[in-house]
Design a protein around this ligand. Structure first.
Ligand code: GDP
Length: 480
């Protein structure tokens, strides 16, 4: 969303003139009516120890747009299984926990565990079903949320007792909180020497997760995923938490689900692993997901068995799409094929429009390929390097590359990591960013991606120089 400096000052609880002055001293002339962007807002808020949260400007969800959502009659609603995502820092034991729970719940008859990976699996505990998203880590979680699909009811945060809270632990907490999903802490690796569960508690307290026994509302369960110790504790806590959430769904309506994973099988064609969220998906149903549509020809459950239907919170492998849908696409069952085709056409149109509107900035590859037909008079570069000396060296070498057709301008050259500010500058001046022995910050990388700004990094100065030289002569090897 957009906000004026005046409104922003009000939200911060400071005087607008104070902000104007502050910005002026930083070399920015703004008025009370100037619109400020997110990056600037964050910078300013930082100075006041405040946090900026962007209102999500969501495009109208697909389902709403095509009128695919419907109200449920209270009497049609039944209890449904909770959907669990396991998050946490790398190596803290997410995969081990997912595997341990799955294996512990393979019924005797199916010894050997003929489970197959279809993006999610379901187990039964005390007669109650629980579904697990079978992709550890919060990347999938975030990615899906960014695409408007929320497929998690409860997050299990795995924290290794010998390692404590680490950066991705903190990130996972932020994601779960922003999705408003309850968190259960699995204090893992308690079998290890040096395991210190109380340290984990203390550290998580600092992030607002207060254990139940200390008067808070967060359950801490000590486990060993490797030795299958206290998995019961985790499952019991999931069931108790789920009960409080009173999760319900309508199995009677047309199905809606989320594509968790997808691939093209040379024999059977496109396959989508779908987690059904509403309704019941049946063979013969007409389905749409993103730019794919089709008719359900076959359904397989998480044990690889053919099945006739998949209902609330159940994962299923769906065969019948005409093309491969993308992970994160929401899948709907629609009335008939005609309707499906119409939706897909609309979605395609929307995407093309979006692609066109996406601003693209200059890239070396494009430059190299179109040296002859684009009339580029100057190539703007922003340099970042690990030391003042290398900044200087790089700047000098690059400045020498100007040709009679193209002037090479180094518009900024500094040491340190590639920052959001660099991206903004590159965007505004259509520049390419070159990094020597430095990397972009996460935020910078994201911004660059969004803005279509090219960042090239290398640990060899001459390679950077050579790339520019080759691009200018139309000879850049596109395989970089
Ligand atoms: P992920 O990156 O979070 O998915 O972590 P993994 O499940 O791959 O586990 C990382 C490493 O920790 C592996 O070598 C596991 O065997 C080990 N590990 C996981 N859980 C435990 C545990 O409870 N105890 C011990 N001792 N090792 C564990």
């Amino acid at each position: 969303g957009e906000i004026t400096l005046g409104n922003f000052a009000e939200k911060l609880g400071v005087n607008a003139s104070e902000l104007i002055k502050k910005l002026f001293l930083k070399g920015q002339m703004l008025t009370i009516n100037s619109v400020i962007d997110m990056t600037l807002a964050e910078e300013l808020a930082d100075d006041y120890d405040a946090m900026v949260e962007q209102e999500e400007v969501e495009e109208m969800a697909f389902g709403e747009k095509f009128n695919l959502e419907s109200e449920d009659k209270e009497s049609d609603l039944i209890e449904r299984a909770p959907i669990i995502t396991i998050m946490g820092h790398v190596d803290h034991g997410k995969t081990s926990l997912l595997d341990a729970i799955r294996e512990a719940n393979v019924a005797d008859g199916e010894a050997g565990g003929i489970t197959q990976k279809i993006g999610a699996y379901q187990i039964v505990k005390d007669g109650k079903k629980i579904s697990f998203v079978d992709t550890p880590g919060h990347e999938a979680f975030t990615e899906m949320r960014a695409r408007g699909a929320q497929v998690t009811d409860i997050a299990i945060l795995v924290v290794a007792a010998d390692d404590g809270v680490m950066p991705q632990t903190v990130e996972a907490i932020a994601h779960a909180k922003s999705a408003d999903v309850p968190i259960i802490i699995a204090v893992n690796k308690i079998d290890k020497e040096g395991a210190d569960p109380s340290r984990v508690k203390n550290e998580l307290m600092e992030h607002g997760l207060v254990p139940v026994e200390w008067g808070g509302d967060v359950e801490f369960i000590e486990i060993s995923a490797k030795f299958g110790q206290n998995l019961e504790g985790i499952l019991d806590t999931i069931l108790i938490t789920a009960e409080m959430l009173e999760l319900k769904g309508n199995p009677k309506k047309r199905a809606k689900g989320v594509v968790m994973e997808s691939r093209l099988d040379p024999k059977v064609g496109p396959i989508a692993d779908v987690l059904v969220q509403e309704g019941t998906l049946k063979i013969g149903d007409i389905i749409v997901a993103g730019e794919s549509y089709g008719k359900v020809r076959a359904l397989l459950n998480d044990k690889g068995e053919k099945t006739e239907a998949a209902s609330l919170s159940q994962p299923a492998e769906v065969i019948g799409f005409n093309t491969v849908p993308e992970a994160g696409d929401v899948m709907y069952v629609v009335q008939n094929e005609q309707h499906a085709r119409r939706i897909v056409e609309e979605v395609e149109k929307d995407r093309k429009l979006n692609d066109q509107n996406k601003k693209k900035h200059i890239s070396l590859e494009v430059l190299s390929q179109h040296m002859d037909d684009i009339n580029l008079k100057e190539l703007n570069l922003i340099i970042r390097a690990d030391s003042k000396g290398s900044v200087q060296a790089l700047k000098e070498s690059l400045n020498k590359l100007s040709t009679s057709e193209v002037a090479v301008n180094v518009i900024q050259a500094t040491s340190g990591a590639i920052s959001e500010g660099d991206i903004r500058l590159a965007e505004a001046s259509d520049a390419i960013i070159l990094g020597f022995n430095v990397r972009p910050t996460t935020k910078a990388m994201r911004d660059a991606d969004k803005a279509g700004v090219e960042i090239r990094t290398s640990s060899i100065i001459y390679q950077i120089v050579e790339d520019i030289e080759q691009a200018l002569s139309g000879m850049l090897d596109p395989e970089y």
